[in-house]
Design a binder for this molecule. Structure first.
Ligand code: 6R9
Length: 651
């Protein structure tokens, strides 16, 4: 991807005049946030309601071996009360959530803040009744229905820690997360309608729970009313109980540093990590970034197309928008059902003002042609956002021209599950954008570019290296659930004294930032993070597979595709049937998002003499760029490379 902008886009006069933050204000606020973080965040923390005020803003140590991150640590609050109760007096009848179902023939719902309060309290009371209390873990495995938001907010209300598992994950992946977080309850739905098909979520949960502690309860929301198996001793019928449940539930007083949620995400090694976010700092950061990045104003209708199974859904469908008293749209379906105009139909129908999606969706829709967009009235749109992976300039330009008609600033927001909210993004009233650039650090963020091998800080502009952050911000993850050592090892050991993002970046001649992609063994498939090690361990769990190595390769729509090199057990023969079997195997071990795009039979894998797989070489072959393999003389068996090149699949 090129990272030099041919054309740049300054803020419109209207944006510069009316946005929350213009260029001068950004400079002043950014400077203040770096010069005096305590003063800056003390002031910003006033945007939420505290049950007990804090006396200390920040208590942080990034030193490897003694990493601690605390914000507003002796304050107390309740996140659900901040997202709901405090809005009741001023905007009780305002729509909090617009819910758009999978099928356009089903009616959309408008849920007011008052109704959101009642529904959240009911869910909270039902959870309490089945024994969930402060600090207990609750797994949420749900379609994109309002009850998913009620479940999140209900947990927050009673101080339970939620952990959402994307509904596209397999029973095995669900079971691993139930066990890893030692959850008391799984909240699910009978079925998850998506793109006209219905995933049997309850049946998946049944499979997962068969391998978990028998005390784990399963609470079921009736979404379609379809048939499900029922275990009276374990299953709880939410839809039946909801009718009788009380709609009043006092919010629990929570410490600022009490965990709000755990979200499992892929790393470069082994099992997914449980990223832990806490209450006070996370909410302040999600709310501030939501308001400033999207330039959200009272009365706007805001839509983020993510799923609540990902961090984007946490921060920018639920917590950030609701803390700001916004109207946030939740969509159950997919961009191409019933056809490729669905996103734009929804924008027209609900008069969406800010629209936030992923480059992979933009590329897929771009491929369907502009007629699907042109048929819709998109005049309500004021701003467009992207997240999840680097956006290629072609997709950026299409988004800008065809969707935004040249009138909507594009905010390319770079951040991670670990960061809780945006770390780098242009601000619409302040910054000239460049297609493909994440541009500027958000308030309080000190990005540094390091030389990858020495870790020395690279000063000046027009430089490239690994991206680290020099100091903490309130939305930062606090630990890995149950494994603080792994937290320090993953993020603070490679480059001492810094938070290591795992991304590479370039600071251009103007001092603007471009994210160049992961520098570790994490690949980004359709904006979803996937550890290559996870796919490898799924493959080698198959009885016919001896060894596997997985790398990413450039994919037109997905950004990166999954390329697998597989060595079979001796006596096993490669075949198309076996290929299909392995593909299905990985889908059932992890989920459809991990489905291999290419499986190459590899009689041998290139290894160093010490037995380490040379991924650099495998990446080159998968990229069909084997002319520049570099030095292969340290390989134990250089001839395996010739075989892999001869039989490469991506030509
Ligand atoms: C929010 C989210 C994080 C990784 C991150 C980076 C990539 C996200 C990006 C981007 C370039 C952007 N990424 N946004 N790369 N430009 N605007 O996506 O979280 O699922 O944890 O993924 O995604 O590589 O490190 P998560």
């Amino acid at each position: 991807m090129s990272n030099v902008a041919t054309q740049t886009y300054p803020p419109s006069d209207d944006m510069a005049a009316n946005a929350h933050v213009n260029a001068a204000k950004y400079d002043a606020m950014y400077h203040a946030s770096i010069a005096d973080p305590e003063g800056f965040w003390l002031e910003q923390a006033q945007r939420i309601d505290w049950m007990k005020p804090f006396t200390k803003v920040k208590d942080v140590d990034f030193t490897f071996g003694q990493v601690k991150i605390n914000w507003f640590a002796d304050g107390a609050l309740n996140v659900s009360a901040n997202c709901i109760d405090r809005h009741l007096e001023t905007r009780g009848d305002q729509t909090a959530i617009i819910w758009e179902p999978d099928s356009p023939d089903e009616e959309a719902q408008h849920i007011s803040y008052r109704a959101l309060h009642a529904q959240t309290c009911k869910m909270a009371n039902i959870l309490r009744d089945i024994g969930v209390g402060k600090g207990d873990r609750v797994i949420i495995y749900m379609p994109m229905i309002p009850e998913a938001a009620y479940a999140m907010l209900a947990c927050a209300r009673i101080g339970a820690i939620h952990s959402i598992v994307f509904a596209g994950f397999s029973p095995d992946a669900l079971a691993a997360r139930v066990q890893g977080s030692d959850a008391k309850v799984v909240i699910t739905a009978d079925y998850a309608p998506r793109g006209g098909k219905a995933t049997p979520l309850k049946a998946n949960a049944d499979k997962a729970l068969a391998g978990c502690d028998p005390s784990v309860k399963c609470m079921v929301v009736r979404r379609t009313g379809g048939d499900v198996a029922w275990n009276d001793a374990r299953d709880v019928d939410y839809t039946a109980l909801e009718k009788e449940a009380s709609d009043i539930c006092a919010p629990e007083e929570m410490n600022a540093e009490d965990p709000l949620f755990i979200l499992y995400t892929s790393g470069s090694t082994g099992q997914p990590k449980g990223v832990v976010h806490t209450s006070g700092g996370y909410l302040v950061y999600a709310a501030l970034t939501h308001e400033v990045t999207f330039d959200y104003h009272d009365g706007d209708v805001y839509w983020c197309t993510a799923d609540v199974g990902w961090v984007t859904g946490h921060s920018y469908i639920v917590y950030g928008p609701l803390a700001n008293g916004a109207t946030t749209l939740m969509f159950e379906g997919v961009p191409t059902y019933p056809d490729a105009s669905r996103f734009w139909q929804i924008c027209e129908k609900h008069k969406v003002n800010q629209f936030y999606t992923a480059p992979t969706a933009i590329r897929a829709l771009m491929g369907k042609g502009r007629a699907f967009v042109d048929g819709c009235d998109l005049s309500s749109l004021k701003l467009l956002g992207t997240v999840g992976e680097p956006i290629n300039p072609e997709a950026w330009n299409w988004y800008n021209d065809v969707v935004g008609k040249g009138n909507c600033p594009i905010v390319d927001t770079w951040w991670q599950t670990e960061t809780g909210g945006h770390l780098m993004t242009p601000l619409p009233g302040a910054h000239t954008t460049k297609p493909g650039a994440a541009m500027k650090p958000f308030f309080g963020i000190k990005p540094v570019v390091l030389e990858p091998t020495t870790g020395a800080e690279i000063e000046g502009n027009d430089v490239e290296g690994v991206l680290c952050i020099a100091d903490s911000w309130p939305g930062q993850m606090r630990t890995v659930w149950g494994d603080h050592e792994r937290f320090e090892q993953t993020y603070f050991s490679d480059y001492k004294g810094y938070y290591f993002t795992g991304d590479g970046c370039r600071r251009d001649a103007d001092g603007d930032y471009w994210i160049t992609g992961r520098v570790d063994d994490v690949i980004n498939v359709s904006g979803h993070r996937m550890g290559t090690a996870e796919v490898e361990s799924a493959l080698v769990a198959h009885p016919k597979v001896a060894e596997a190595a997985v790398v990413g390769f450039p994919h037109d729509i997905k950004g990166q595709g999954i390329y697998c090199y597989v060595s079979l057990m001796s006596g096993e023969n490669p075949s198309e049937d076996l290929r299909a079997e392995l593909r299905n195997w990985v889908r059932s071990e992890i989920g459809p998002i991990a489905s291999p795009d290419m499986i190459q039979w590899a009689p041998g894998l290139p290894k160093t003499r010490s037995g380490k797989i040379m991924r650099r070489i495998l990446r080159k072959i998968a990229e069909n760029d084997y002319g520049t393999l570099g030095d292969t003389s340290t390989l134990a068996e250089p001839e395996v490379v010739d075989d892999l090149i001869a039989n490469r699949m991506n030509r």
